[in-house]
Ligand binder design. Structure first.
Ligand SMILES: Cc1ncc(COP(=O)(O)O)c(C=O)c1O
Length: 432
């Protein structure tokens, strides 16, 4: 019935998340409220690890892409599940390290890492830094020399693959701000410099072709191109690189018409493509790194809102306004991302019509969805938006000086706050 297996309906006709009554959660913690299901997160982590074991004989690492949802508790969970961690800023790095995440299993990304961020990465002993451009390569080499260290680096490569996804989340093509282009010779030049750099340990290459991808073909194509580049580097520079990081990007089910294949349906053909490309080029199979974010955190999340005004505009549409909006979930306003909606206190009822769900920000574009089928919505109802675990809390803002909602983790028949909601004092904390 729902887009996620961890959701259900109890005898009261209320939506349940990880076995907890969503209406009760809204009453206990207030709204808006992010709810994350711990069991779902852990199951996803285990699925990825099992795939690495199965298809690469354990010679690989799954690094959770913390940009999807970052707080100390998910770093602890990822660590307990044996994952690595992908971070892209000083803030994500600090969160991970203060949560006790082992620095050697952290992968540091970003297309414009600052001096502060690179210095932090060296001080903490981050295991892998993914270098995006030549300026950064030179800067990191200098910083490493000054620090007396020799960090492991991968180069971010644009494999020139069309990932068949939304323009804003497509990254593997030549016109992208991320990484070195293959076609222009830029990538080989960067590899030459990385191999010659006196204070860097050149470990391998990385690509990430985009996000919310359902086809397996772009992943296979990217893997083949990347192995081809490893072979080119060996032939031209005499350097045999041991690591291939293929990024994240696996699609999830936001609405019933999204139909992601089971993980093995991606992993098996990609592993086969890597195996074939290695045999063809005489390369040993590299150590494989994957960086899923959305597919680990996304399905685990539900956001709960309280309905305020219901505005019927005859012949036009009905607006159902909630007490959150683009400040806790900017994805519809940004790129018309579609979600599934359920009135948590009427979860067993069938739709009575379609509505537009509006947020409370002073922006006409502050919508969470349009043409949403719902039972009759009334003030006071608890509206649940499903599969909001990724790129919601992490993209939240204080627009209109709204307070970012708390995050509650449900699991093992319990619920607890893992990120407290902001207070009004928090909002003025940095004001001078
Ligand atoms: C370098 C890199 N790795 C991994 C990810 C995670 O992607 P996803 O959440 O689609 O799995 C991203 C997302 O933008 C990324 O840029």
């Amino acid at each position: 019935m729902f887009v996620s297996e961890a959701l259900g309906v109890n005898s009261l006709g209320h939506l349940t998340v990880g076995g907890r009554d969503a209406v009760q959660l809204a009453q206990s913690y207030g709204t808006p409220l992010y709810v994350m299901d711990e069991g779902q997160i852990r199951r996803a982590c285990r699925l990825y690890r099992r795939s690495i074991d199965r298809y690469y004989g354990g010679r690989g690492l799954v690094a959770y892409a913390s940009k999807a949802f970052c707080c100390k508790e998910i770093c602890r969970i990822a660590n307990e599940e044996g994952l690595g961690l992908d971070v892209v800023s000083a803030g994500e790095l600090y969160t991970a390290v203060t949560a006790g995440f082992p620095a050697e299993k952290i992968i540091f990304h970003g297309n414009n890492k600052t001096m502060e961020e690179l210095t932090m990465a060296l001080e903490y002993g981050v295991g892998r830094i993914v270098v995006d451009n030549i300026t950064e390569l030179h800067l990191l080499d200098q910083l490493a020399r000054a620090a007396g260290s020799r960090p492991g680096v991968l180069l971010r490569i644009k494999p020139g693959v069309d990932a068949h996804t939304h323009d804003f989340v497509r990254t593997g093509q030549i016109d992208s701000k991320f990484g070195f282009a293959l076609e222009t010779g830029e990538a080989m030049e960067a590899a030459r410099e990385a191999a010659a750099a006196g204070h860097l340990t050149f470990l391998g290459i990385h690509c990430h072709i985009g996000s919310q991808i359902f086809d397996t073909e772009p992943f296979q194509h990217a893997a083949q191109v990347m192995v081809g580049f490893l072979a080119d580097v060996k032939r031209e520079l005499g350097v045999e690189l041991g690591e291939l990081n293929l990024g994240g990007g696996f699609g999830i089910r936001y609405t019933p018409d999204n139909d992601p294949a089971p993980l093995d349906a991606y992993m098996e053909p990609v592993a086969a493509a890597i195996g074939a490309a290695c045999r063809r080029t005489g390369m040993a199979t590299p150590f494989i790194i994957l960086e899923p974010g959305r597919s680990i955190a996304g399905p685990a999340g539900v956001t709960l809102y309280r309905v305020g005004g219901v505005k019927k505009i005859p012949g036009v549409r009905t607006y159902v306004s909630v007490d959150g909006g683009m400040f806790d979930n900017p994805r519809y306003a940004l790129y018309q991302s579609r979600y599934s909606f359920v009135i948590a206190n009427k979860a067993a009822l069938s739709p009575a019509g379609t509505v537009t769900v509006a947020g409370k920000c002073c922006e006409t574009g502050d919508l969470l969805g349009e043409d949403i089928p719902l039972p009759q919505a009334e003030p006071g109802d608890i509206l649940a938006v499903l599969a909001t675990g990724a790129y919601n809390y992490s993209m939240a803002s204080n627009y209109n000086r709204n307070r970012r909602p708390p995050v509650v983790l449900v699991g093992g028949g319990e619920d607890r706050i893992i990120v407290r909601g902001e207070t009004l004092e928090d909002l003025v904390r940095c004001d001078v």
